[in-house]
Design a protein around this ligand. Structure first.
Ligand SMILES: CC(C)(COP(=O)(O)OP(=O)(O)OC[C@H]1O[C@@H](n2cnc3c(N)ncnc32)[C@H](O)[C@@H]1OP(=O)(O)O)[C@@H](O)C(=O)NCCC(=O)NCCS
Length: 179
């Protein structure tokens, strides 16, 4: 436990035993670089190879006030992260976007669900966002299942969205709307 830890914002949320979720800090730079350099994490995201702690630290030292950057910790190790960014254009202030990933060795244990649940609790309970959107590669079955489980729906098919390990890959635009 660290001083930054707090219980789930949604009292109904059930996190895996021993998991904590907190804001990331500059002291996390090396662990986050390691997370983002994992092959599975990179394959599912837009991360480029060989991130350094220094480049990550620069980002962590200049946090944007419209972004909430969470890390999940288990056994003293950072095992996932999730960012929620609210759009700054006043006419899109009801909207946010999410990006996330879980450590290759810790997937399918409920950590992704805990992270996105906490980000959506910020969106719903503390920012009153009406629309949360994200993109996901069309063959990323675990991510598609996770997002559907949390109410996201496919809105569009983005052709040649990203270049991944030697070829272009399409993505789905997904969103979750709240009345
Ligand atoms: C996608 C990702 C975030 C899911 O995180 P996770 O911790 O594995 O997810 P959870 O264990 O909470 O599982 C959530 C749901 O995903 C589905 N799921 C999990 N693992 C799965 C697998 N191997 N295959 C198919 N579906 C799977 C299940 O429906 C599960 O819900 P359930 O447990 O209630 O049945 C994780 O796989 C990951 O980080 N992958 C690499 C990076 C990435 O792709 N990031 C997302 C970019 S859009």
């Amino acid at each position: 436990m660290s001083d930054l830890d707090s219980p789930p914002l949604d009292p109904e949320a059930r996190w895996p035993e021993g998991l904590s979720i907190r804001a990331r800090t500059p002291a996390d730079a090396a662990a986050i670089a390691g997370l983002h350099n994992l092959p599975g994490y990179r394959y599912g995201t837009l991360r480029t190879p060989h991130h350094t702690p220094e480049e990550i630290r620069k980002v962590l030292e200049n946090p944007a006030s419209n972004s909430f950057s969470l890390v999940a910790e288990l056994d003293g190790r950072i095992v996932g992260d999730c960012g929620l960014t609210r759009f700054t254009n006043p006419r899109r202030a009801h909207t946010g976007s999410i990006g996330m990933g879980v450590h290759d060795a810790y997937q399918s244990r409920g950590i992704g669900s805990a992270l996105i649940g906490e980000a959506l609790a910020i969106a719903d309970r503390w920012l009153n966002l009406k629309r949360v959107e994200l993109t996901v590669y069309i063959d990323n079955e675990p991510a598609l299942a996770l997002y559907r489980k949390f109410g996201f729906e496919v809105e569009g098919h983005l052709k040649m969205f990203g270049f991944r390990d030697g070829e272009y890959i399409d993505a789905y635009q997904m969103a979750r709307l709240r009345a």
